[in-house]
Ligand binder design. Structure first.
Ligand code: SDX
Length: 436
């Protein structure tokens, strides 16, 4: 970051002394006011619940321009990455900052491939869960449990450990997600196959059985790879901030990523794709497109508590570029599978059309986000609704680990420890027992 040639001055109308604060430029995007000395000089905190105006760190990984609807991974537009890279090349880019050349790409693909198996003991963790446990509950447990196996990559301050932990997490998440799915349906686990691609391997571990060979559909393989790419990283969202805060204590990377999985599960965040598909199925059950108007009235009625899931975003005040690409993938997969007439896809497009013309949404700059179409395409691929967020976690693991490693590698980083505005009881003495 670069010191700006101007400063910010904080003045008080009560005559308290004014304070000057340095301003820094990034390479693109908003400047920041460095308030690190504010409490020391004024005895006051800033107040920003939800961090709407707070930059918690500096980062060179992902840039979002919410007004333009632009998303860059290491400077490359998401549209170009989706067109020209596969997910593992995208992982290489997010982790290392540059697109791999042919040899680097081959070596990276091979390295990940040979880490896809998990320790045989992992299956005994699954047996402790009910068969109908939500896959995100299972995954939070399994990913945290990885730190019980890989003691040679738990020292977050050792760059070698950070590297191998990143590879292990990227490589093993598909295996663990597929195991959580197989456990839930009572089918045997499928071991990874080294001759398959990352996405092809995941499809086979999910939908293959030991009873017959599984043929990977190139269309579904490509669609899944694109879904992974679109979910790979997204600046300082809630789960990434969770991973950074958790990792800032020096805990091991597996524990920090497990914290990210737990945060992603929420319906306001990564759980929105599951909630969005359930919303579409509910409207379909009520009568489909003919009931959209009635549903939208509920959404606009604050007292209903009903939100249009898959719409709105803290940063995007324009169309989420991932939603556009996801809609394209939806079209490709549905037409390849002969499901162009999928009623839920038609319903989603009708909902989007109505919302984008409705003042309530236009005034609040509410547009489809990444979760609006991702459920429809995952359902068409055959992924069960309650596993959608698990797929999101699988894809986002590379972003979480890249952001964690960037933080640990930043000489300025400290353990995160926000303060508060205290509104509780001031000091008081305990009443005698008799007087309680
Ligand atoms: C992800 O941060 C990231 O980058 C996340 C993510 C990533 O890749 O990591 O992009 C992934 O989490 C995408 C978001 C998925 N969540 C949903 O689709 C759930 C539905 N969306 C909302 O819950 C909401 O839009 C949020 C949580 C996404 C954003 O909330 P904000 O920024 O806190 O905005 P807000 O709640 O203050 O909303 C502003 C107004 C409010 O109305 P008013 O008080 O001004 O009258 O818009 C309304 C909200 O009630 N509003 C919605 C709405 N989203 C916001 N009204 C109806 N339906 C919605 N979906």
């Amino acid at each position: 970051m670069k010191l700006a040639d101007y400063k910010a001055t904080l003045s008080f109308s009560n005559g308290s002394p004014a304070m000057e604060m340095p301003v820094y430029h990034g390479s693109i995007g908003p400047d920041v006011i460095d308030i690190r000395k504010l409490y020391g000089q004024t005895g006051m905190f800033t107040y920003d619940p939800g961090f709407l105006s707070t930059a918690a760190c500096q980062s060179a990984i992902t840039y979002i321009d919410g007004d333009k609807g632009e998303l860059l991974y290491r400077g490359y537009p998401i549209e170009q990455i989706a067109q020209n890279c596969d997910y593992l090349d995208t992982c290489y880019l997010l982790l290392n900052g540059e697109i791999p050349n042919e040899k680097e790409s081959q070596d990276f693909h091979k390295l990940v491939t040979y880490h896809t198996m998990v320790n045989e003991q992992m299956q005994f963790f699954l047996r402790g869960f009910r068969r109908d446990a939500h896959p995100m509950a299972v995954l939070t447990g399994l990913i945290g449990a990885l730190s019980a196996f890989y003691h040679d990559s738990t020292d977050i301050n050792n760059p070698e450990h950070r590297h191998i932990a990143a590879i292990r997490l990227i490589a093993k998440l598909p295996t663990l997600v597929a195991m959580a799915y197989k456990y839930g349906i009572g089918q045997p686990y499928m071991y990874p196959r080294n001759e398959l691609s990352y996405s092809g391997n995941f499809l086979r571990m999910m939908f293959g059985t030991p009873c017959e060979d599984y043929k990977v559909s190139p269309v579904l393989e490509r669609a899944l790879d694109r879904i992974f790419i679109l979910h790979a990283d997204h600046e300082q969202n809630a789960s990434t901030s969770t991973v950074r805060l958790c990792g800032s204590s020096g805990t091991n990377p597996f524990a920090a990523i497990a914290a990210g999985v737990a945060c992603l599960w929420g319906p306001a965040h990564g759980g929105a794709n599951e909630a969005c598909l359930n919303m579409l199925e509910d409207i379909q059950a009520m009568g489909g497109v003919s009931k959209v108007g009635e549903f939208m009235e509920k959404v606009k009625d604050k007292n209903s508590g009903v939100k249009l899931m898959g719409f709105g975003h803290r940063v995007y005040k324009n169309y989420d570029p991932r939603a556009k690409l996801m809609q394209e993938t939806c079209n490709e997969v549905l037409s390849e599978l002969g499901l162009e007439k999928d009623p839920l896809f038609a319903l989603a497009k009708q909902l989007e059309k109505i919302a984008l013309e409705d003042d309530y949404f236009v005034q609040r700059k509410l547009y489809p986000n990444v979760d609006f179409y991702s459920g429809i395409v995952q359902r068409a691929i055959g992924i069960p609704v309650n596993l959608f967020t698990g797929i999101f976690a699988l894809a986002r693991t590379v972003g979480w680990i890249a952001q964690l490693n960037e933080m640990i590698g930043d000489p300025e980083y400290k353990i995160g420890r926000p303060r508060q505005l205290f509104t509780g009881a001031a000091r008081r003495d305990m009443p005698q027992v008799a007087k309680r």
